[in-house]
Design a protein around this ligand. Structure first.
Ligand SMILES: CC(C)(COP(=O)(O)OP(=O)(O)OC[C@H]1O[C@@H](n2cnc3c(N)ncnc32)[C@H](O)[C@@H]1OP(=O)(O)O)[C@@H](O)C(=O)NCCC(=O)NCCS
Length: 518
């Protein structure tokens, strides 16, 4: 047996092995513990150890046949993501430990003392020291493990050596520990927690300091439709500090979607966040999802014109992850500082509306537009209803009066067109646009948009007329596109990606790595 690490173990009193074991039973014992090759002797031993019902339960081992075990053993030499060591005490085989799912950055620890007479002897701590040294030599930055919630002894040990619970499934706690030396907050590990309502204040406060958040991510906005979209938002921490948010829900097929009920989603990060930090946050989210057995993430990127600072860090991550671009919509956006003139057709329509004395009203009551213009128009043209009911939009507008506004065009007492504007510091976005047949005929919609772009929102960086696609981005509604481009808007894409969460390790080649330590 190749001895990898040896030490003399001394421990007094009650924590020694049972008197009936083959170990000395004096109050001060000396054990020579060694870690070596996992050979046929240990293979045979482990067959019996893992059939002990208590060890099987504690280690959460699955049933396996002798044949399967031999097959597993035969394949060990060729595996690059798996390492195993035997554990002996004074030459007596007592257990095994190892690392699995090894990537460039991290690995999953597992280990057990199969000979029960050696439990509670302090050997667990030595097993951990050995594995930490090994993992650091391999250049790993983090170790993680799974432990059954009833395994109090193991939980006590892991907590003592610095593992922290990052998430939990039904019976299993997921623990993590950074292998980096403590150098203040900078070296702290990233961990991910699911959003819970008691964290609302923390969530909303973070949005205020983010470079790529809008009011759509405020909990008071997101939670209005929690009955329709099962919330599964994530919060990323570095040490104790909140560093990113992922607004998300679980789709009907179990996929995580960021976000199905919002115009866009995406990882929200702070203004000073660097490329490395954003990559590490996204990595932590994907790893967390993978651990939670959520195999797919659908990610609707927030269009770039909403940001207050450059924000393509996740775009780079999506490239490394080989994410699939499954949908791309074309939004028509007017850059107010440098826009093209309105087309002649639009100008003629605006003039026409003036002859009909069309007037614009900003109104608090959404029902006229919803019931007399929007809903009938959507039903007649596309056979659909507005995403929000009038009750919902009224509720949202009451929660966000500075952000959600209704502008309607009237001819006499008749409402003939309207738009619901979602306003953020840099962007006015037309969330809903509709006109009655008469409103279109007399140019009321053109008049309304001409005024919004030229007057009302001339101080914004962008006026976003919204997308003009159908069939999940595969088709363009030509008429709609012409009309929107007629106001001087041009295309910004709105991208939808699908990511296999198991690919998270593909980001590790660009994550900052800790120097290997012996
Ligand atoms: C888990 C295991 C490796 C720990 O090794 P060990 O030598 O028994 O543990 P240690 O003596 O180093 O530490 C165990 C700690 O748990 C404490 N402990 C023991 N029984 C406990 C119990 N029922 N409840 C709470 N704590 C308990 C011990 O007091 C000790 O803590 P302390 O050092 O702070 O006093 C070993 O017990 C084992 O292999 N168990 C069976 C298989 C298993 O559970 N593997 C882990 C799967 S995740």
């Amino acid at each position: 047996m190749t001895t990898v690490s040896e030490f003399i173990y001394r421990k007094a009193g009650l924590k020694g092995p049972r008197p009936d074991s083959n170990m000395p039973s004096s109050t001060t014992t000396q054990y020579r513990l060694s870690f070596g090759r996992f050979d046929e002797i240990f293979l045979e031993k482990s067959w019996h150890w893992l059939r002990d019902p208590e060890i099987k339960r504690l280690t959460m081992s699955r049933d396996f046949t002798r044949e399967e075990q031999l097959d597993w053993f035969a394949r060990l030499p060729e595996r690059t993501d798996y390492l195993i060591w035997s554990l002996s005490c004074d030459g007596i085989p007592i257990g095994a430990l190892g690392l699995k799912n090894i990537t460039r950055n991290e690995a999953e620890y597992w280990g057990y003392i199969g000979d029960r007479s050696y439990w509670d002897t302090g050997l667990g701590g030595e097993m951990m020291s050995f594995i930490f040294n090994r993992a650091k030599k391999m250049g790993l930055n983090e170790l993680y493990l799974k432990v059954h919630r009833d395994n109090a002894r193991a939980i006590r040990l892991y907590t003592r050596v610095g593992f922290k619970t990052v998430s939990e499934d039904k019976d299993v706690f997921n623990l993590r520990r950074s292998l980096r030396e403590a150098k203040g907050d900078d070296s702290a590990a990233f961990s991910v927690k699911r959003y819970t309502p008691d964290r609302k204040k923390e969530w909303d406060t973070f949005l205020n300091a983010a470079k790529n958040a809008t009011f759509l991510f405020c909990r008071d906005y997101m939670d209005y439709h929690r009955d329709r979209f099962a919330d599964h938002s994530l919060m990323v921490f570095r040490g104790e500090k909140l560093v990113a948010l992922l607004p998300a829900n679980r789709g009907a097929d179990g996929t995580l979607v960021s976000h199905e009920g919002l115009t866009y989603g995406g990882l929200v990060v702070s203004r000073p966040a660097t490329l490395h930090e954003v990559l590490a946050c996204f990595h932590a989210c994907l790893r967390h999802l993978h651990e939670q057995k959520i195999s797919r993430l659908r990610y609707k990127r927030m269009p770039g014109f909403y940001n207050t600072l450059p924000d393509d860090e996740v775009a780079y991550a999506l490239f490394l992850l080989e994410a699939r671009l499954y949908r791309r919509d074309c939004a028509v956006v007017v850059p107010q500082a440098d826009r093209l003139p309105f087309q002649e057709r639009r100008k003629r329509q605006i003039k026409k509306a003036g002859l009909f004395n069309v007037r614009i009203v900003q109104e608090k009551d959404y029902s006229a537009f919803w019931e007399r213009v929007l809903a009938p128009r959507l039903a007649a043209r596309h056979g659909v209803r507005p995403v929000h009911s009038v009750k919902e939009i009224t509720l949202l507008a009451s929660r966000f009066p500075e952000n959600i506004k209704q502008f309607s065009a009237y001819c006499g007492d008749e409402i003939v067109a309207g738009t619901t504007i979602y306003e953020t510091p840099g962007v006015a976005h037309a969330q809903y646009i509709a006109g009655t047949p008469r409103g279109q005929e007399i140019g009321a919609l053109d008049y309304l948009f001409g005024w919004l772009i030229d007057e009302c929102y001339k101080g914004k960086r962008y006026f976003d007329l919204g997308i003009c696609n159908e069939k999940e981005g595969r088709a363009l509604n030509q008429g709609l596109q012409d009309w929107k481009e007629g106001f001087g808007g041009r295309c910004y894409t709105h991208d939808f990606y699908e990511v296999a969460t198991a690919n998270y390790s593909k980001l590790e080649s660009v994550l900052p790595s800790a120097p290997a330590k012996s």
